[in-house]
Design a protein around this ligand. Structure first.
Ligand SMILES: [Zn+2]
Length: 176
């Protein structure tokens, strides 16, 4: 247990205070699940794709949130980190809505991509589809990976949303 888990009991996973253990940078991209490429995804689904994100107990209760591997953009080292429990001041007064559109493409069209928010898997996204879910946090990290859980190099984006607002992302191996 880290200190932040003992201080704040929001029950909401967050990457906002995650830092590179080597250099302290907060500038990183997700690599994917630790371990061999191609291993099946072992990350518990802490949230449902729709509506479940506001459930404060989802991540701290029976569903484990497993650590993921990140790549520091400053010192170039890789590190493994789990989401931390969000501090109360990270919470929005009303949840925001996130739409992630996978732009239709003939490359890899049959293969699902996987969407992660704040270090937690949301679900699989099929070619040409839009996934809609909510976030209770002001500062968010959105990642799209391939179906093995290996993040696309340009698949990590960090953004801020306002209470009750909606954020739209279009993705085709990078945000477009
Ligand atoms: Zn670093």
């Amino acid at each position: 247990m880290d200190q932040q888990n003992q201080i704040a009991r929001t029950g909401i996973p967050s990457l906002y205070y995650v830092k590179c253990p080597k250099c302290g940078s907060a500038s990183f991209i997700m690599v994917g699940q630790p371990g061999a490429k191609g291993k099946s995804i072992g990350i518990a689904l802490a949230f449902g794709a729709i509506g479940g994100l506001a459930s404060a107990h989802a991540a701290s209760g029976r569903d484990a949130v497993e650590p993921l591997q990140y790549h520091c953009k400053d010192c170039k080292k890789k590190f493994v980190a789990g989401p931390l429990e969000a501090m109360p001041d990270e919470l929005l007064s009303a949840p925001a809505t996130i739409n992630v559109e996978r732009v239709k493409s003939s490359v890899g069209m049959a293969v699902p991509q996987i969407v992660f928010i704040n270090g937690v898997k949301v679900g699989e996204l099929l070619n040409g589809r839009v996934m809609t879910f909510q976030t209770p946090l002001r500062f968010n990290t959105l990642v799209v990976t391939d179906h093995f859980g290996v993040a696309f190099k340009t698949g990590t984006t960090r953004f801020e949303v306002q209470p009750g607002a909606a954020a739209h992302f279009r993705f085709n191996r990078k945000y477009v």
